[in-house]
Design a binder for this molecule. Structure first.
Ligand code: ATP
Ligand code: MG
Length: 658
């Protein structure tokens, strides 16, 4: 440990030895059936990434014009550093998600199995989805929207959200999806940053049986969005809305007479596909830019690898399209792979806390992908909700968005997976376009809390503060050493920030902004955000290890650990804890301190434990530790709070303090 501290590495205090190999039966049928196969593939790509991606790019995407150069990357001098993939080629993301399947004779396959929150349902085949997308693309054209124009999308999780994304992609307009819970202010900021010419919305959305007035929020936002000339409104809830003639159009009317023939626009490989603002966990959201060919290929390939997707699978990703997971693993990846996808509009606890399990049961979902925040809520709600339903159709379970605490992982494994389904804990970011590290379910034995190994084409390097590569079990900054097709191409409108955030600290390597360690078996463990490291008496500690130790106590539902200034130690460990059912008490506080000491050692023992009803989270469900850090230090929470889910949480946390 002392050695690690001297090198500027992060101490590892958590030890997790449980290992869960895939069953022989699962592996026998898997795309990548063994560790040796995975290693061979990984090595093949690492030895010559250009040759590999050239072959896969040609085979798996449809090209209007073939590319002439697989990768252009003038490492490391160019400022800012941007990789270009499949240069000279022309393709279209919407074509790859729709027309390609129809051309291959799979048009009648179901693309979307949609379930509305009130219980209405729709089944949409690839042929039907293609028609909807073409009509909508023609409607966009009828408003004069062109290739390269930016279009904001602010909608509930209805099929038209996917249709809108693919409709933009079809004509080469660049979409910017804004999560349907954001304020008028946040929408206006994004409209203005992107220079959007149009916005697509709905009259309203259903949320826990209540009506959220989306159009009204958009009206408010458009007062401050001078670039937006058109507003297309889907009639979802039948709410009365204000109307600005000449600017507002009903979706229904605009598409009614539009032709369902709209050939996909051949787009340069590097033409922008979308802009997406990050979750804002660590600061002001960044408008991440992804382009056409590399992103489409990466989302498709990683979807197939990680979920071991096969014909006949029913796949459900619970993410909202307002986040990157909803782009890569609700829309582009699964549709490019020709998957049948469940799309659900509403909340997990409406009308009751078993809605997810009911949906899995009803549609015989085989591949299920959700977030740790949801899993922790399910645990808190209790097993009875799960027990009411037959979940035996499931074969792979996924997790994304935050680290999953090992005890939450174990619950997911036992209770949802019936100890039969591999769990794919997928580490990636808005910036990476798709999954970077994850178990391949037939090949890699899992360890609870580890995202295991890098996907083929991903070369992680863990770097300490001095710039050297860390050894086994030494925590440091996670970087990626070689470009991959799905990587971001920039921050919209802000090349300096792009250079500064991702490329300035470790030259020539992509800086992820997370810390990680690699254990002696080559398994990676994400240790939390670089900015969130705690520095206690010269030891650098990771947030997630302390939090996982707390969550392993039966009374604890969720925990967030932050450092607060301390005269002697530099920083003291402060934790915020939500409880399952137990009432808060001083005894429990002492017990939790002892528990952490026992699990991971005296160094990590919290000085302060604060019980709270909720933690501040982004709207995508991630704990916002930077706000808690301010509160623990007794300061006003400063910095960007535009993506905070519930503003009252901050006030109540401050009250708890008094
Ligand atoms: P911002 O960059 O604006 O602060 P954000 O990083 O939360 O927001 P996203 O791109 O949605 O925005 O999230 C990516 C981050 O989520 C990762 O950098 C990592 O910290 C965390 N994350 C995602 N998946 C995992 C995982 N499986 N294990 C651990 N952490 C994860
Ligand atoms: Mg981030």
């Amino acid at each position: 440990m002392a050695d690690a501290a001297r090198l500027g590495a992060i101490d590892t205090v958590m030890h997790e030895d449980r290992l869960f190999p895939p069953s022989a039966e699962f592996s026998a049928k898997a795309r990548i059936p063994s560790l040796a196969d995975y290693e061979a593939l990984w090595n093949e790509v690492a030895a010559d990434p250009v040759a590999f991606w050239e072959k896969v790019g040609r085979e798996e995407l449809h090209w209007f014009e073939p590319f002439t150069e697989t990768l252009r990357w003038d490492e490391p001098q160019s400022q800012p550093q941007v990789a270009e993939w499949f240069v000279g080629g022309k393709t279209n993301a919407s074509y790859n998600c729709l027309d390609k399947h129809i051309a291959e004779g799979n048009g009648d396959r179901i693309a979307l199995l949609w379930e509305g929150e009130p219980g209405d349902t729709r089944r949409i085949s690839y042929v039907q989805l293609h028609k909807h997308v073409c009509k909508f693309a023609n409607a966009l054209k009828s408003l004069g929207i062109q290739k390269g124009d930016r279009v904001s999308i602010y909608m509930p999780m209805v099929p038209e959200l996917v249709i809108a994304m693919l409709g933009c992609a079809r004509i080469g307009a660049v979409h910017s999806v804004i999560f349907g819970g954001f304020s008028a202010e946040a929408i206006a900021d994004r409209n203005n940053d992107a220079g959007a010419v149009a916005i697509i919305t709905a009259d309203a959305a259903w949320r826990r049986g209540k009506v959220l007035p989306l159009k009204q929020t958009v009206d408010e936002a458009l007062k401050k969005s001078p670039t937006v000339k058109h507003c297309i409104v889907l009639d979802r809830v039948n709410e009365a809305v204000h109307w600005t003639p000449g600017r507002d159009y009903w979706w229904r009317e605009l598409t009614r007479n539009a032709s369902d023939d709209c050939p996909a626009e051949p787009m340069d490989s590097e033409a922008p596909l979308f802009i997406l603002y990050t979750s804002g966990s660590t600061g002001k959201p960044k408008g991440i830019l992804h382009t056409t060919a590399g992103y489409t290929l990466w989302s498709k390939k990683t979807f197939e690898w990680v979920f071991d997707h096969r014909e006949g699978d029913v796949y459900w990703c619970t993410a909202d399209c307002g986040w990157i997971t909803g782009h890569s693993y609700v829309t582009y990846g699964p549709l490019a792979a020709g998957a049948t996808c469940v799309l659900y509009e509403g909340a997990p606890d409406y009308p009751d806390k078993d809605r997810f399990w009911e949906i899995i049961d009803k549609y015989n979902v085989t591949l299920f992908y959700t977030a740790p925040t949801a899993i922790r809520a399910f645990i808190k709600w209790g097993d009875d909700y799960v027990d009411k339903h037959d979940l035996s159709s499931l074969r792979v379970l996924g997790s994304v968005g935050e680290g999953i605490n090992p005890e939450a992982w174990m619950w997911y494994h036992r209770k949802i997976g019936g100890e039969r389904c591999p769990i794919v804990d997928t580490w990636w970011q808005t910036e990476t376009g798709g999954i970077m590290m994850s178990p391949l379910p037939g090949a890699i034995a899992t360890k609870p809390g580890s995202c295991t190994k890098p996907l083929p084409g991903v070369i992680p390097k863990i770097i300490d503060e001095v710039g050297d590569e860390c050894g086994p079990d030494q925590g440091g900054m996670l970087t990626i050493a070689h470009p991959w097709p799905g990587m971001l191409r920039g921050i919209w409108n802000d090349p300096e920030r792009y250079q500064e955030v991702y490329w300035s600290k470790v030259p020539g390597k992509y800086l992820a902004g997370d810390n990680a360690r690699c254990d002696k078996d080559g398994y990676y463990w994400i240790m939390g955000r670089i900015d969130d490291v705690l520095n206690v008496s010269g030891h650098r500690l990771s947030t997630i290890e302390i939090e996982s130790a707390l969550v392993s106590h039966p009374a604890v539902a969720e925990a967030a650990a932050v450092g607060r200034p301390h005269e002697l130690k530099g920083e003291a460990v402060a934790v915020f804890v939500t409880l399952k059912n137990a009432p808060p008490s001083d005894e429990l506080r002492d017990e939790l301190k002892k528990h952490v000491r026992k699990e991971i050692g005296a160094l990590a023992q919290p000085d302060d434990i604060r019980f709270t009803n909720t933690l501040p989270k982004t709207r995508s469900g991630k704990i916002m530790r930077r706000l808690l850090r301010d509160i623990a230090a007794g300061k006003e929470a400063v910095g960007d709070t535009s993506t905070l889910e519930d503003y009252s949480v901050l006030a109540s946390l401050r009250q708890d303090e008094e």
